[in-house]
Design a protein around this ligand. Structure first.
Ligand code: GRF
Length: 208
């Protein structure tokens, strides 16, 4: 089905906290037509997130929404949900988003929140996953790590129903930097592939 034949483009709202290389991969895939969708908004919780710059350059609505010190996580998440709803997303994509979302947010987007995590299911949940994998490699405990894309259905950390996963080998002469580069390259490809799958095939059976 060509892009023109589609009933409409799928709407992605992308949440970021940093460099935005995964956001850029999604933007590029929408631009090229590989993804039958469009990034309709980018929201960052940090003012210096370079991903905001990427959105500005692409004329995509970009919003910096910090959590106020006086706010609880749930209060912030309730506000964040109202902001995201304005853009009527089909999918909310967490691409380098560094906050755990509570049900105050997730309840508004059932089975619509997709997270990218640079580790295999059940391994290295949370922050600095690549560094922790590299340290385990140096201790001789592992010789591969990986990337997964999963749905975020509850307040668990990086442990929702897996949509796609791919192992990433760690080579004997790898540095943390060379491993990070290899992992990021897989992330950019896997995130687009997972979103493409969702657009064309909907939710997999396991996830509903
Ligand atoms: C990626 O490994 C992402 O999974 C992690 O931060 C890294 C940079 O992501 N959360 P990006 O360049 O900001 O998309």
């Amino acid at each position: 089905m060509s892009r023109e034949q589609l009933p409409r483009l799928y709407r992605f709202v992308v949440l970021i906290s940093g460099h935005g290389s995964n956001l850029q991969a999604v933007m590029n895939a929408c631009e090229s037509g590989e993804l039958p969708g469009e990034v309709v908004a980018v929201i960052a919780d940090r003012p210096n997130a370079y991903g905001l710059e990427r959105a500005y350059k692409a004329r995509i609505p970009a919003v910096y929404k910090p959590k106020r010190a006086t706010q609880t996580r749930r209060e912030y998440d309730a506000e964040l949900a109202e902001l995201v709803k304005v853009f009527r997303p089909d999918w909310v994509v967490l691409a380098g988003w560094m906050r755990l979302l509570t049900m105050e947010f997730l309840n508004h987007f059932p089975n619509q929140v997709v997270n990218l995590h640079p580790a295999l299911p059940g391994q290295f949940p949370g922050m600095h996953a690549i560094r922790r994998a590299y340290e385990a490699f140096l201790r001789g405990q592992i010789d591969q790590t990986g990337v997964m894309v999963h749905l975020v259905v509850d307040e668990g950390v990086d442990n929702g129903p897996v949509l796609l996963q791919e192992a990433v080998p760690i080579h004997p002469n790898d540095s943390l930097h060379t491993l990070e580069n290899r992992v990021h390259a897989v992330e950019h490809r896997l995130l687009v592939a997972a979103l493409k799958d969702l657009c064309f095939n909907g939710l997999p059976k396991l996830a509903v």
